[in-house]
Design a protein around this ligand. Structure first.
Ligand SMILES: *Cc1c(COP(=O)(O)O)cnc(C)c1O
Length: 356
């Protein structure tokens, strides 16, 4: 008996997510917030906790949190779904709107999970290369989305790993011209770019994805989407009832209530991004791609895998193979750290790149 032979054929050749078990390194690989979680917010979270949070099943729709997110975004509760990270919502969207015989159109390079959840749900991923400046190839994208069976497309703005923005007017043009679902992933919107959220009132085929991960709560897994109520109703048929635990719901409410602390951290991260881009640009042979997110993509003049390893041996972990190739073979992606972390990283990088 071979277990492998029993597995669905389209799952058999997938590669599981690789954890990064490196201790005592500066982590610039996962686009997390490098600053300390504010102590007053921890206090707030614990003060709101009751025993019921642990013994009882959580509120399946997260009504209180949906209400708070509604106030912040201007969306009504029936336009919002919470997810166990936005990763779960990507899968939920493809379970509901994708599946065998259907296609998900993905402008690449971009976030790897769109393709992976496509494969897991039996949806055929159709990858469309972006332009050389990583902007969307609008005509090609529209043409592919008009092919029968293309029910969804995922557009991250700012895009991971390139940091590129899709202007709202461009998104509007897409929405005008296609009948399929356009999913705008705003995981990095707090760091730059313009939100497409107000457009959900005008376009029933628009979904906007957001997450608490990049600013505050990567460890607690909390994302949300906003869309037309008709889209939300369909997704709720597929969503697991208790997908978001009560502790995470309470923590997210405290984060929103105390947003001023995070606003300061975001401002610091954005300022450091600008400095990091400028400093990287001064290193001979490095090409920096302009970013509106909390990370910077750069092309290096030496083999990227070796440089990645060299940095790791020097105590700095950056992301290798960002976007899984698609023209980024010579590139690395570094999350913006604290000022001290960025200085340490720049110092090690300068040492590892030979001055010719
Ligand atoms: C990190 C990231 C996500 C996933 O966020 P979670 O809420 O932590 O699952 C989604 N989209 C993009 C583009 C990301 O970079």
């Amino acid at each position: 008996m071979q277990i492998r032979d029993m597995v669905r054929e389209d799952i058999r050749n997938l590669v599981p997510y690789e954890p990064h078990p490196y201790a005592d390194v500066i982590k610039l690989d996962a686009n997390e917030n490098p600053h300390a979680f504010p102590a007053p917010v921890i206090k707030d979270i614990f003060e709101t906790l009751t025993g019921d949070v642990f013994t009882r099943y959580p509120d399946p729709l997260g009504e209180e949190l949906r209400g708070e997110i509604g106030k912040m975004t201007g969306a009504a509760p029936e336009n919002i779904i919470l997810g166990n990270g936005s990763d779960e919502l990507i899968q939920l969207l493809l379970q509901t709107f994708g599946g065998p015989g259907r296609r998900v159109v993905i402008p690449v390079p971009t976030f790897a999970m769109y393709k992976i959840h496509g494969q897991i749900t039996g949806t055929e991923p159709v990858e469309i290369p972006r332009n050389s400046d990583f902007s969307l190839d609008e005509e090609r994208l529209i043409a592919e989305m008009q092919v029968s069976g293309a029910t969804t497309t995922f557009i991250a703005t700012p895009n991971n790993p390139t940091g590129t923005i899709a202007p709202v007017e461009q998104v509007r043009r897409l929405l005008e011209r296609v009948d399929s679902l356009v999913i705008i992933d705003e995981a990095y919107i707090d760091f730059g770019g313009q939100t497409c959220l107000p457009l959900i009132r005008e376009y029933p085929n628009l979904v906007v994805l957001r997450t608490f991960s990049k600013v505050a709560l990567a460890g607690l897994r909390l994302g949300y989407l906003t869309a037309d109520a008709a889209v939300v109703r369909e997704l709720l048929k597929v969503k697991q009832p208790y997908n978001v635990n009560g502790f995470s719901q309470a923590a997210a409410r405290a984060v929103l209530k105390n947003w001023q602390y995070f606003r300061e951290q975001i401002a610091e991260i954005v300022a450091e991004r600008v400095r990091l881009e400028a400093e990287l640009g001064k290193i001979k042979g490095i090409e920096v791609f302009p970013s509106k997110a909390n990370f910077v993509l750069f092309r290096v003049p030496v083999p990227a895998a070796e440089l990645h390893r060299g940095l790791l041996e020097n105590g700095v972990l950056v992301r290798k193979n960002p976007g899984r190739t698609h023209g980024l073979e010579q590139c690395l992606r570094a999350t913006v750290g604290t000022r001290q972390e960025n200085d340490f990283f720049l110092e090690k990088l300068t040492k590892l790149i030979p001055i010719s």
